[in-house]
Design a protein around this ligand. Structure first.
Ligand code: PRP
Length: 195
Protein backbone atom coordinates (compact mmCIF):
# COMPACT_ATOMS: atom_id res chain seq x y z
CA UNK A 1 0.00 0.00 0.00
CA UNK A 2 1.30 3.47 -0.78
CA UNK A 3 2.10 5.98 1.94
CA UNK A 4 -0.66 8.16 0.53
CA UNK A 5 -3.28 5.47 0.93
CA UNK A 6 -2.11 4.31 4.36
CA UNK A 7 -2.03 7.78 5.87
CA UNK A 8 -4.94 9.57 4.27
CA UNK A 9 -7.41 6.90 3.16
CA UNK A 10 -10.40 6.95 5.53
CA UNK A 11 -11.49 3.51 6.72
CA UNK A 12 -15.27 3.38 6.66
CA UNK A 13 -16.42 0.63 9.00
CA UNK A 14 -19.80 1.72 10.29
CA UNK A 15 -22.83 3.17 8.65
CA UNK A 16 -23.04 6.76 9.77
CA UNK A 17 -26.24 7.76 8.06
CA UNK A 18 -29.66 6.24 8.13
CA UNK A 19 -31.44 7.39 4.98
CA UNK A 20 -32.88 4.31 3.26
CA UNK A 21 -33.21 3.51 -0.43
CA UNK A 22 -35.18 0.64 -1.94
CA UNK A 23 -33.95 -0.93 -5.14
CA UNK A 24 -36.03 -3.87 -6.36
CA UNK A 25 -36.19 -6.41 -3.51
CA UNK A 26 -33.45 -4.90 -1.36
CA UNK A 27 -33.14 -2.04 1.13
CA UNK A 28 -29.95 -0.02 1.23
CA UNK A 29 -28.88 2.67 3.69
CA UNK A 30 -26.84 5.74 2.94
CA UNK A 31 -23.20 5.01 3.54
CA UNK A 32 -20.94 7.65 1.96
CA UNK A 33 -22.30 11.09 1.13
CA UNK A 34 -21.62 12.67 -2.24
CA UNK A 35 -19.90 15.58 -0.45
CA UNK A 36 -17.41 13.22 1.20
CA UNK A 37 -16.78 11.50 -2.12
CA UNK A 38 -16.05 14.89 -3.70
CA UNK A 39 -13.56 15.74 -0.92
CA UNK A 40 -11.66 12.47 -1.40
CA UNK A 41 -11.59 12.96 -5.16
CA UNK A 42 -10.08 16.44 -4.74
CA UNK A 43 -7.36 14.94 -2.49
CA UNK A 44 -6.64 12.13 -4.95
CA UNK A 45 -6.45 14.57 -7.87
CA UNK A 46 -4.09 16.81 -5.88
CA UNK A 47 -1.70 13.88 -5.43
CA UNK A 48 -1.94 12.93 -9.10
CA UNK A 49 -1.32 16.53 -10.17
CA UNK A 50 1.85 16.57 -8.05
CA UNK A 51 3.08 13.06 -8.96
CA UNK A 52 2.58 13.54 -12.72
CA UNK A 53 3.72 17.16 -12.94
CA UNK A 54 5.59 17.51 -16.28
CA UNK A 55 4.19 14.21 -17.57
CA UNK A 56 1.06 13.52 -19.60
CA UNK A 57 -0.60 10.40 -18.18
CA UNK A 58 -3.16 8.30 -20.00
CA UNK A 59 -6.15 7.55 -17.75
CA UNK A 60 -8.00 4.36 -18.62
CA UNK A 61 -11.40 4.01 -16.97
CA UNK A 62 -12.88 0.54 -16.55
CA UNK A 63 -16.55 0.66 -17.54
CA UNK A 64 -19.27 0.57 -16.48
CA UNK A 65 -18.89 1.23 -12.78
CA UNK A 66 -16.14 3.85 -12.93
CA UNK A 67 -17.90 6.33 -15.20
CA UNK A 68 -18.96 8.76 -12.46
CA UNK A 69 -15.70 8.59 -10.51
CA UNK A 70 -13.74 9.02 -13.76
CA UNK A 71 -15.73 12.10 -14.78
CA UNK A 72 -15.43 13.80 -11.37
CA UNK A 73 -11.74 12.89 -11.00
CA UNK A 74 -10.85 14.24 -14.44
CA UNK A 75 -12.49 17.58 -13.60
CA UNK A 76 -9.97 17.98 -10.77
CA UNK A 77 -6.92 16.91 -12.79
CA UNK A 78 -5.17 20.06 -13.99
CA UNK A 79 -2.12 18.61 -15.74
CA UNK A 80 -1.91 17.56 -19.38
CA UNK A 81 -3.70 14.20 -19.63
CA UNK A 82 -5.76 11.96 -21.90
CA UNK A 83 -8.51 9.48 -21.08
CA UNK A 84 -9.81 6.31 -22.69
CA UNK A 85 -12.39 3.69 -21.69
CA UNK A 86 -12.38 -0.12 -21.70
CA UNK A 87 -14.63 -2.91 -20.49
CA UNK A 88 -13.86 -6.23 -18.88
CA UNK A 89 -15.95 -9.12 -20.13
CA UNK A 90 -16.33 -12.31 -18.10
CA UNK A 91 -16.86 -15.64 -19.80
CA UNK A 92 -16.72 -19.26 -18.77
CA UNK A 93 -13.72 -21.11 -20.13
CA UNK A 94 -14.46 -24.86 -20.21
CA UNK A 95 -10.79 -25.73 -20.51
CA UNK A 96 -9.66 -23.79 -17.49
CA UNK A 97 -12.97 -24.71 -15.75
CA UNK A 98 -13.34 -21.19 -14.48
CA UNK A 99 -14.50 -17.70 -15.13
CA UNK A 100 -12.03 -15.85 -17.33
CA UNK A 101 -11.85 -12.07 -17.67
CA UNK A 102 -10.94 -10.43 -20.94
CA UNK A 103 -10.20 -6.78 -21.61
CA UNK A 104 -12.12 -5.36 -24.56
CA UNK A 105 -12.10 -2.03 -26.36
CA UNK A 106 -8.52 -0.91 -25.77
CA UNK A 107 -8.11 1.56 -28.64
CA UNK A 108 -5.11 3.54 -27.38
CA UNK A 109 -1.51 2.37 -27.80
CA UNK A 110 -0.10 2.27 -24.28
CA UNK A 111 3.52 1.45 -25.12
CA UNK A 112 5.81 3.80 -23.15
CA UNK A 113 2.81 5.61 -21.63
CA UNK A 114 2.28 6.53 -17.99
CA UNK A 115 -1.06 4.82 -17.39
CA UNK A 116 -3.47 5.41 -14.51
CA UNK A 117 -6.29 2.87 -14.30
CA UNK A 118 -9.56 4.24 -12.92
CA UNK A 119 -11.77 1.76 -11.05
CA UNK A 120 -14.87 2.25 -8.92
CA UNK A 121 -14.13 -0.71 -6.65
CA UNK A 122 -11.49 -3.36 -6.08
CA UNK A 123 -13.16 -6.33 -4.40
CA UNK A 124 -11.27 -9.63 -4.80
CA UNK A 125 -8.64 -7.88 -6.91
CA UNK A 126 -9.06 -10.33 -9.80
CA UNK A 127 -10.08 -7.72 -12.37
CA UNK A 128 -7.38 -5.21 -11.54
CA UNK A 129 -4.67 -7.89 -11.48
CA UNK A 130 -5.71 -9.03 -14.96
CA UNK A 131 -5.62 -5.46 -16.28
CA UNK A 132 -2.29 -4.65 -14.59
CA UNK A 133 -0.70 -7.75 -16.14
CA UNK A 134 -2.06 -6.90 -19.56
CA UNK A 135 -0.92 -3.27 -19.52
CA UNK A 136 2.52 -4.22 -18.24
CA UNK A 137 2.91 -6.81 -21.00
CA UNK A 138 1.88 -4.18 -23.58
CA UNK A 139 4.90 -2.11 -22.56
CA UNK A 140 3.40 0.72 -20.52
CA UNK A 141 6.11 2.89 -18.98
CA UNK A 142 4.28 2.89 -15.66
CA UNK A 143 0.89 1.67 -14.46
CA UNK A 144 -0.84 2.89 -11.30
CA UNK A 145 -4.37 2.39 -9.97
CA UNK A 146 -6.90 4.95 -8.79
CA UNK A 147 -9.88 3.24 -7.14
CA UNK A 148 -12.68 4.94 -5.25
CA UNK A 149 -13.38 1.91 -3.04
CA UNK A 150 -11.48 -1.11 -1.77
CA UNK A 151 -12.86 -4.12 0.07
CA UNK A 152 -10.92 -6.15 2.69
CA UNK A 153 -10.09 -9.08 0.39
CA UNK A 154 -8.22 -6.72 -1.91
CA UNK A 155 -6.37 -5.18 1.04
CA UNK A 156 -4.86 -8.57 1.79
CA UNK A 157 -4.31 -9.45 -1.88
CA UNK A 158 -1.13 -8.33 -3.57
CA UNK A 159 -2.62 -5.30 -5.33
CA UNK A 160 -1.08 -1.86 -5.01
CA UNK A 161 -3.69 0.89 -5.21
CA UNK A 162 -1.73 4.11 -5.21
CA UNK A 163 -4.73 6.43 -5.23
CA UNK A 164 -7.53 5.17 -3.00
CA UNK A 165 -10.76 6.82 -1.93
CA UNK A 166 -12.12 4.64 0.89
CA UNK A 167 -11.51 1.28 2.53
CA UNK A 168 -14.93 -0.25 3.11
CA UNK A 169 -16.26 -3.42 4.81
CA UNK A 170 -17.22 -6.49 2.81
CA UNK A 171 -20.84 -5.47 2.25
CA UNK A 172 -22.68 -4.90 -1.01
CA UNK A 173 -22.66 -1.26 -2.10
CA UNK A 174 -24.57 0.63 -4.76
CA UNK A 175 -24.64 4.17 -6.16
CA UNK A 176 -22.18 6.63 -7.68
CA UNK A 177 -21.61 4.31 -10.65
CA UNK A 178 -22.03 1.01 -8.81
CA UNK A 179 -25.14 -1.02 -9.56
CA UNK A 180 -27.53 -3.54 -8.12
CA UNK A 181 -28.92 -5.53 -11.05
CA UNK A 182 -28.04 -2.59 -13.35
CA UNK A 183 -29.95 -0.11 -11.18
CA UNK A 184 -28.66 2.61 -8.88
CA UNK A 185 -25.64 3.75 -10.87
CA UNK A 186 -27.12 7.27 -11.08
CA UNK A 187 -27.27 7.85 -7.30
CA UNK A 188 -24.96 10.64 -6.16
CA UNK A 189 -24.28 9.00 -2.76
CA UNK A 190 -23.09 5.46 -2.04
CA UNK A 191 -25.49 3.11 -0.24
CA UNK A 192 -24.80 -0.11 1.64
CA UNK A 193 -27.04 -3.18 1.80
CA UNK A 194 -29.11 -3.07 4.98
CA UNK A 195 -29.21 -6.35 6.90
C1 PRP B 1 -16.90 -4.45 -10.79
C2 PRP B 1 -15.96 -3.29 -10.62
C3 PRP B 1 -14.61 -3.89 -10.91
C4 PRP B 1 -14.77 -5.34 -10.48
C5 PRP B 1 -14.09 -5.54 -9.15
O1 PRP B 1 -17.24 -4.56 -12.13
O2 PRP B 1 -16.27 -2.22 -11.49
O3 PRP B 1 -14.28 -3.81 -12.29
O4 PRP B 1 -16.18 -5.59 -10.35
O5 PRP B 1 -14.24 -6.87 -8.70
P1 PRP B 1 -13.00 -7.82 -8.40
O6 PRP B 1 -11.97 -7.02 -7.66
O7 PRP B 1 -13.60 -8.90 -7.52
O8 PRP B 1 -12.50 -8.36 -9.69
P2 PRP B 1 -18.50 -5.43 -12.65
O9 PRP B 1 -17.98 -6.73 -13.19
O10 PRP B 1 -19.53 -5.51 -11.58
O11 PRP B 1 -19.01 -4.60 -13.88
P3 PRP B 1 -19.58 -3.10 -13.94
O12 PRP B 1 -18.42 -2.18 -13.66
O13 PRP B 1 -20.06 -2.97 -15.33
O14 PRP B 1 -20.67 -2.97 -12.92
Amino acid sequence: MSIFASIFCPKIRHTRLTENMEIKDKVFEKFIEGNDIAKRIKAIAKSINMDYNGKSPLFIAILNGSFMFAADLMKEVDISATISFVKVASYNDMESSGNVKQLIGLAEPIFQKDVIIIEDIVDTGRTIKKILNEFTSLGAKSVEVASLLRKPLASSADVNIKYLGFDIPDKFVVGYGLDYDSLGRNLKDIYQLKV
